[in-house]
Design a protein around this ligand. Structure first.
Ligand SMILES: [Zn+2]
Length: 372
């Protein structure tokens, strides 16, 4: 049923592209999304670099997990459990406490960041707590009249909620910093830079999570959680993106050909250590869980591009916090008034998917995980 719906979508999308004078839906979408600063070739480089230099980092993480669990093989459901059987990390008992801790953490990085959250708190621009009947999800919504954004989320005081509040807090800082730009469109930034504001804030704030986790063991555990999540997202993003290129370059493929291609990508990008024996169907249909393929085609690699940028900013921050924050703020203040490579340069990083650069970043994350 889902496959049939997807086939209809592919045919319709291909027709839209042809009607608009493009040879396929991928090329149409690159134009429609205003991707002025990178090409199909750059996406191929991203896929290749992630496969070569990030996937091995993820394999090492999985291998360490297997050893810690003492298993011969890892099953798909073994990837999320705590290897020592510890209870989940809990950053706070209440949502009010989570917010106060996030403000304290932001103040430690830069008093301006703390002020941003404080202003939103005093103006009632925060709806953080999960409650019956509330819509799911989490986001920062810029309000262009008052220039004080709004954060919506569903906190249950879990580790993930801590990451969400600092992530959305990063988006909020972006809104505050770009408030003086002349046109509203200048303040509306594409995800390749918007997610730098938020993902870099996840990693920068992580350095100060000791104000949240006062027990050093918990602090270390929280950092490990964050780093493993940050790096392991990249091969999946590359796999989904490469899959989409193939789908629309070959719009008349059959379901069987699509499954076979997806499985070949699983071999390229998926973990070598996960044993899917007996669950081959689950693996072949794994892409179905990524709603972007249906709802927002080609919108996905942005998160991978921004994650690499966020890692690069975090690396700078560890070497020179003051300079890095200055560059971070300078880049966000520009909104979308400059091309992406210039915004990245202002942030002190490169808009670069080359093997050498991605290797550097992958090696850095691996060394940091090992040092924990
Ligand atoms: Zn975000």
């Amino acid at each position: 049923m889902l496959n049939e719906l997807f086939n209809k979508l592919i045919a319709l999308r291909h027709k839209v592209a042809l009607n608009a004078g493009y040879s396929n839906f991928r090329d149409y979408m690159f134009a429609a999304m205003g991707r002025f600063d990178y090409t199909v070739e750059d996406c191929h480089n991203f896929h290749q670099s992630v496969k070569e230099y990030i996937k091995p980092v993820c394999d090492t993480i999985d291998e360490n997990r297997r050893l810690a669990l003492g298993y011969d093989t890892l099953k798909p459901w073994d990837t999320e459990v705590d290897t020592e059987g510890k209870a989940p990390l809990k950053p706070s008992e209440t949502t009010a406490e989570l917010l106060d801790k996030a403000i304290t953490c932001f103040n430690t990085i830069d008093p301006f960041f703390g002020q941003c959250l404080d202003t939103m708190k005093s103006m009632g621009h925060l709806d953080l707590e999960s409650r019956k009947g509330k819509a799911p999800g989490g986001f920062n919504y810029p309000l262009y009249q008052s220039n004080v954004p709004f954060i919506f989320m569903n906190s249950a005081n879990s580790m993930r909620d801590l990451v969400t509040i600092v992530h959305e807090g990063g988006h909020a800082i972006h809104s505050f910093l770009s408030k003086d730009l002349e046109l509203t469109d200048f303040k509306s930034t594409p995800s390749e830079i918007a997610e730098i504001a938020s993902m870099a804030m996840e990693l920068i704030s992580m350095e100060h999570w000791d104000v949240i986790f006062t027990n050093p063991e918990d602090f270390k555990r929280a950092k490990k959680y964050q780093l493993e999540k940050a790096i392991s997202a990249l091969p999946w993003i590359a796999q989904i993106d490469k899959f989409q290129h193939w789908i629309y370059e070959n719009p008349t493929h059959t379901n069987e050909q699509r499954d076979a291609y997806w499985l070949s990508l699983c071999a390229e990008f998926g973990s070598n250590l996960l044993d899917w024996t007996g669950h081959q169907d689950g693996l072949a249909n794994q892409w179905q869980k990524q709603l972007h393929l249906y709802e927002v085609p080609f919108y996905y690699i942005e998160y991978g591009i921004a994650q690499l940028g966020a890692i690069a900013i975090w690396r700078n921050y560890k070497n020179n916090p003051a300079k890095t924050l200055e560059q971070y703020k300078a880049a966000l203040t520009l909104g979308y008034t400059r091309p992406l490579p210039e915004l990245y340069e202002t942030a002190g990083i490169r808009f670069d998917f080359s093997a050498a650069y991605v290797k550097e970043l992958g090696d850095f994350v691996m060394a940091e995980i090992k040092a924990l």
